[in-house]
Every structure is written in structure tokens, then in C-alpha cells.
Design a protein around this ligand. Structure first.
Ligand code: NDP
Length: 300
């Protein structure tokens, strides 16, 4: 069997188009432009790339994009003061503080200072609690993108066995909550899980969010299972030239594609969906702030 490739790039383009249509309607019918503020502290090269591409895509869908680039030495008080200003700004509907923050800043404190209604990353403790109790919340972008792809591929996920490898607050745990809310039977595996191969073999859905290149081989996969590969790992690729690298996921694509029913590639799978879901969350937050109908299918 060769798996269906779930094309995250194409799916993300569709989500962005849907967001763009809704933004145009908000402008035309209500004179409202959704606004997203991204805060970057320091100059981590990977974060710089993410922030640039977030800003570009925000503008492409017709939203207002604001970037605040702060010095690596910025104090917690100054960062909290900026967040308070953005919380109070009626033209800003989404606030994202790019992680990781420099070590001297307390990430939990900073994230929990964001107005939960503007917390488009879905990391504020209130949103975590709302998601955990099945209430309307802002949903973390990467797991939301994974859920959208799974629903699109399967329709109903009810009764399916899902195994998530990884228990981080930004991917593994919210992913588990979303799949539980969709009536999957959910197992969360992590570095202390015994017999991981056997656990994964039971799964109809495998979500790999580990950060270990090509860790999951094809012989761990139940024939026909759906694999969502969240991992982004950069490996040296001397075959492409000196100093060149290539991206791989947490699953061994070559062997898994022969066994699975469907699989997301890396690159071109979960990655593009994450930014598309950030834009979706911003338009959702804007609609909620103004008491307007939310676009359908863009949240959990
Ligand atoms: P974390 O490092 O926060 O979490 C990794 C998880 O994997 C931990 O729960 C850890 O277990 C578990 N783990 C580590 N080693 C093993 C092992 N040998 N067996 C089983 N479980 C293991 O990572 P993130 O959740 O932040 O990210 C995971 C991956 O997803 C990374 O590659 C990251 O780059 C990528 N990512 C991709 C995004 C996208 O947009 N596509 C967005 C966010 C992340 P324990 O808790 O026991 O230590």
C-alpha cells in the first residue's frame, strides 16, 4: 500500500483564502480590519524567519500586521507594559509573543499577561482550561492545523484510536484534548513510555511531535493508519552541496508511506497549516470581539 499524501501546503492555501474572504467581508460590511501584533524579543534566527513569514501572510489576507522587535536585554516590566498597551488597543485582535523568550524573562508570566480573548496562540492558562473543559477557546495553532487535516481526511474521528507521541504544552497536550473532544480514544506517549512501538501499532491516528529525526519507522504503523508528522528537524545534506541541510519529520517517511493509509510530508505538511491557523485564530478573535458570526470551519 502507498499512503495518500495529505498536502498541507495546498490545504493551508485554502484556509488562507477562506480567511481572506472573511476579512474582506468584515471590512466591507462593518469597516473592521482584523489586526495581529507579533512581539519578538532578541534575534533568534529561526524566530526571525517565522516572524517575517507571519507578517507577510497576515498582510496577504488583508489584515493589519504590527511587529514589535525588542532588544534581547528588554526587561520583564517593559515587555509587560507593551502587552498591556496591545491588550488595550482596539485595532489589535490577536497578540503573539514569539517563543522562546530570552532566559531572563518568565514565559508563563508573559503569556498569561495577554488578554485571553487576544491570545491567538492559545497558550494562556484560561484558554488551556476552556479547551480542557470543552468550551469555546482560542486553540493552539499547530494542533488546530492537525485537527483540520484529520477532519478533512476522515470526516468523523469518533471512536478512532489516536496515539500522540509527545506531551508538550504547545503540541502534544492540546492535540490530545482536541482529539478527545472529537471522541477519539487517546493515548499520550512520551520519553518514559514503555514499549512505544506496541503502543503506536494500536493507533488508527498517529501524531508524532517529538523532535527526533525519523524516529518512527514503518513497522510501528498499523496498516492503513493516518500519520500526522509535526516534527521539524534539520539534518546535514552533503549530497546537496557543502553546508546544505534538509528538513525531515519525526517519522521515517520512506518506510511509513508504504504502510500508512495517509501521511503528512515534511516539509509541506503541518508547518504551513500552523501559520494559516494563526490567521484563522486572528479573524475568529476579531469576530468574537465585535460580537459577529465567526467563519465556519476555522476553529475547533
Ligand atoms: P518538546 O521538546 O517540547 O516535546 C517533545 C516531546 O517528545 C516530550 O513530551 C518528550 O517526552 C517526547 N519525547 C522525547 N523523546 C522521546 C522518545 N524517545 N520517545 C517518546 N517520546 C519522546 O517539543 P514540541 O512539542 O515543542 O515539538 C515537537 C516537534 O514538533 C519538534 O520537532 C518541533 O520542531 C516540531 N514543531 C513543529 C511545529 C510546526 O509548525 N510544524 C510547531 C511546533 C513544534 P518527555 O515529556 O518525557 O520529555
Amino acid at each position: 500500500m502507498t499512503a495518500t499524501i495529505i498536502d498541507g501546503k495546498e490545504f493551508a492555501a485554502r484556509v488562507r483564502a477562506q480567511v481572506g474572504t472573511h476579512v474582506a467581508r468584515l471590512k466591507a460590511d462593518h469597516g473592521i480590519t482584523p489586526g495581529l501584533a507579533v512581539v519578538l524579543v532578541g534575534s533568534d534566527p529561526a524566530s526571525e524567519v517565522y516572524v517575517r513569514s507571519k507578517g507577510k501572510m497576515t498582510v496577504e489576507v488583508g489584515m493589519k500586521s504590527v511587529e514589535h522587535r525588542l532588544d534581547a536585554e528588554t526587561t520583564e516590566a517593559d515587555l509587560l507594559a507593551l502587552i498591556a498597551d496591545l491588550n488595550a488597543d482596539p485595532e489589535i485582535h490577536g497578540i503573539l509573543v514569539q517563543l522562546p523568550l530570552p532566559k531572563h524573562l518568565n514565559e508563563d508570566l508573559v503569556i498569561n499577561a495577554i488578554d485571553p480573548a487576544k491570545d491567538v496562540d492559545g497558550f494562556h492558562i484560561s484558554n488551556v482550561g476552556l479547551l480542557g473543559t470543552g468550551q469555546k477557546s482560542m486553540v493552539p495553532c499547530t494542533p488546530l492545523g492537525c485537527l483540520m487535516m484529520l477532519r478533512d481526511h476522515h470526516g468523523s474521528l469518533s471512536g478512532m484510536d489516536a496515539v500522540i507521541i509527545g506531551r508538550s504544552n504547545i503540541v502534544g497536550k492540546p492535540m490530545a484534548q482536541l482529539l478527545l473532544n472529537d471522541s477519539c480514544t487517546v493515548t499520550i506517549a512520551h520519553s518514559r513510555t514503555k514499549d512505544l512501538a506496541d503502543v503506536v501499532r494500536r493507533a488508527d491516528i498517529v501524531v508524532a511531535a517529538v523532535g527526533r529525526p525519523e524516529m518512527v519507522p514503518g513497522d510501528w504503523i498499523k496498516p492503513g493508519a493516518t500519520i500526522i508528522d509535526v516534527g521539524i528537524n534539520r539534518l546535514d545534506a552533503p549530497e546537496k552541496g557543502e553546508g546544505k541541510t534538509r528538513l525531515v519529520g519525526d517519522v521515517d517517511f520512506a518506510s511509513c508511506v508504504e504502510v500508512a493509509g495517509a501521511i503528512t510530508p515534511v516539509p509541506g505538511g503541518v508547518g504551513p497549516m500552523t501559520i494559516a491557523c494563526l490567521l484563522a485564530n486572528t479573524v475568529t478573535a476579531c469576530c468574537r470581539a465585535n460580537g459577529l458570526a465567526e467563519p465556519e470551519g476555522l476553529t475547533a
